[in-house]
Structure formats: C-alpha cells, structure tokens
Design a protein around this ligand. Structure first.
Ligand code: PEP
Ligand code: MN
Length: 355
C-alpha cells in the first residue's frame, strides 16, 4: 500500500472522494466500491471525528469506524484518508493503517492544536494534507505547514476549501481564489487540491467550482460523496452519489500548465507582449490621472474644500458601471478598480493639502 500511496501522491489530477462522515460499515464499503467502480477515484475519504458548529449535531462515529475503512481499502485497493484534530486521533488513525491524514479548517486556525498534531507526527512517515483555516489568513495556513514540516513530515499538501464569510452568499465558504493562488505561489511544487464541496455547500455549483480550480492549475479535487446523499448524517446538501462523481469528473475539461508546442508558445508570447504593452499604457494614464488629481487638490486646498465629495464619487461610479457594462467589464471589477484609483487620488490630494 505504501507504494500505491506514493503513486497516488504523484498522480495528476489526484482525486479524493468519499462521505463527509463514516456512518455505518455498509455505507463506507458501498461508497468505496461504487467510487472504485468509476475508475476515476484515487483515495477514499471519510470523516471519523467531525468538528461540528453546534453541539448535538452528529459528531462522528469515532474510532470504531476505522476498521470499516480498513475493510473498504482491502476490498477496493483505495488508500484512505481521515481528518485528525488531536494527538489521540493521530495515534488511532495510524493504528488502523490510515494512509493519508488531513488537518481540517477548524484545526488549522488553532496553533495549539496544530502543534499538538505536529508533535504526534514526529518521526512518522505519512503524507499530510492541510486545509486552509476558516478565516482568510494566509499566515495561519503557512504556520500550520511550517509546524508540520518542522517535525520532519516530508509529504505535505494543501486543500483549498474556502473561507467563512458573514451573511448569505452564493457559496457556503467564499473561495477567495486569490488567497489560494498566493499560497500556491509561496509553496511552489506543493500539492494544491480544491475541495469544491465545502466551498459550494450545494450540488448545483460543484462542477463550476471544480472546473475553475482545474483552470487555475490545481493538482486535484476532494469531493464529498454518499450512497444516498439526501440522507447523509452531515453535509447532506453538498454530497453527490459516487456515480455522479464519475460523471462530473468525466465532464471536467482537464488542462495542463504547459505544452511542448512551439506554435503555441509563439502565439502566447505575442499576446503577452500586447498585454505588457497595454499594461504600460494604462500605468502611464494612471500617472497622468493622479497629476490631475494633484491639481484638483491644490484648488480644494486654496478654497478650503473637503477632499471627499460623495456626490462626485457616486457620479464616477455610475459612469464607470455604464461604460463598463458596454465593454463587458463586471460591476464587481469596476467597483474594485475605481475604488483603488479613487483611494490613490485621495492619498495624492491629502499630500497636496497637507504639504
Ligand atoms: C470535511 O472535510 O468534512 C470537513 C469537516 O471540512 P472542513 O475542515 O473543510 O470544514
Ligand atoms: Mn463535510
């Protein structure tokens, strides 16, 4: 099995699937068999200990579920992975031959817990996947990676499962792709897996989120699956059947970061030159815009007028939205762009007024 795990760790894309929670032996085994039958899944996942937001929810079957995973592995050949949050859970998981461990989002946030796990992993040769913390804090995520790496764990991977946000949005956990991209940039070569299930929280956007991650050159997916999703004891809304996992994987367009074609590289190089050129021009224009803002700042200073004039700001936004819409720029982008430009103008004017 060790060899199989090494193979799987190096495989692209690496696909992990299985129930949010192990519920019964039959459920675990049937899930594993139906996932294996798709021929597209590399690792079986199952939550044994579940960190739940409110007490009284199903908190996991506990250690007694580990032999079920052993049995599922024996029957299907799929290596297994579980979430661990305490030293005792690490000990139990290792005792029952779990092949890959993962640290959950609610654990990554807590350096005490991560250190406890790291201490329990000292001298243990097992791959560990580390989910992003629930809050959008890359330092915490990096800190967890460092703690685990420092005790000598050699194979560390990352799982992007989105970040908590206030109020209702389209996602259960906002993806904030830019944070995961930055984490990838900081850890070149480290496995980066997307967990579309916890990002989406619902079935209908699972495929879109998965495709987006593959377009961003992620190394694989962790997808929750259940033999009877609506009856799942946890996260029912986001689980799909093993067959649906197979269908979804079949309809994803798998992309690679690079190809060995000269024509492709030449064409891309030309387009990139054009982009560089346009970026330079836009930078020039922004510089000119700030010079005008400085002039306005002088007038405002000489006439004792406030820098921020809400009416004018609204006017700028409205104009931006109208023009943006015509040329296919989203309202969200226009807002962020104008906001940044406006802040820079205000800073410029501040300097003029107080100099
Ligand atoms: C899970 O994978 O079932 C889980 C609890 O995920 P997260 O840590 O991302 O909330
Ligand atoms: Mn879950």
């Amino acid at each position: 099995m060790r060899e199989r795990v090494q193979e799987v760790w190096a495989k692209r894309p690496i696909i992990i699937s299985g129930p949010c929670s192990a519920e019964t032996e039959e459920q675990v085994i049937e899930t594993a068999q139906r996932l294996a039958a798709t021929g597209k899944v590399d690792v079986l996942r199952a939550g044994i200990w579940k960190p739940r937001t409110r007490p009284g929810m199903f908190e996991g079957i506990g250690t007694k579920g580990l032999p079920w995973l052993q049995q599922a592995k024996k029957l299907t050949g799929l290596p297994v992975t579980v979430e661990v949050a305490t030293a005792k859970q690490v000990e139990d998981a290792l005792h029952f031959d779990v092949d890959i461990l993962w640290i959950g989002a609610r654990t990554t946030v807590n350096p005490f817990s991560v250190q406890e796990l790291a201490d329990a992993l000292k001298g243990v040769d097992i791959p560990v996947l580390i989910k992003n913390p629930v809050n959008p804090d890359l330092e915490l995520w990096s800190g967890a990676v460092e703690r685990v790496a420092r005790v000598g764990v050699k194979q560390i991977g990352l799982i992007h499962r989105g970040f908590s946000n206030y109020g209702n949005t389209e996602y259960r956990n906002a993806p904030m792709w830019h944070l995961a991209i930055e984490m990838k940039r900081r850890n070149p070569g480290m496995l980066m897996i997307c967990d579309p299930s916890h990002i989406s929280g619902r079935r209908d956007i699972l495929q879109d989120v998965s495709q987006k991650s593959i377009d961003l050159d992620y190394d694989g997916l962790m997808i929750e699956s259940h033999i009877d999703p609506d009856k799942a004891w946890s996260d029912a809304k986001q689980q799909i059947t093993p067959e649906q996992v197979g269908e979804m994987l079949a309809s994803i367009v798998w992309r690679k970061e690079d190809v060995n074609s000269e024509a492709y590289h030449e064409a891309l190089e030309k387009l990139r030159q054009q982009i560089n050129h346009l970026d330079d021009e836009m930078m020039q224009l922004l510089g000119q815009r700030m010079k005008i803002a400085d002039k306005i700042g002088e007038y405002k200073r000489d006439n004792n007028i406030t820098i921020l004039q809400t009416n004018r700001w609204n006017e700028i936004l409205e104009r931006g939205f109208k023009r943006g819409e015509k040329i296919g720029l989203s309202k969200e982008f226009i807002t962020r762009y104008l906001d940044a430009v406006h802040m820079e103008s205000i800073n410029h004017q501040n300097k003029v007024m107080n100099s």
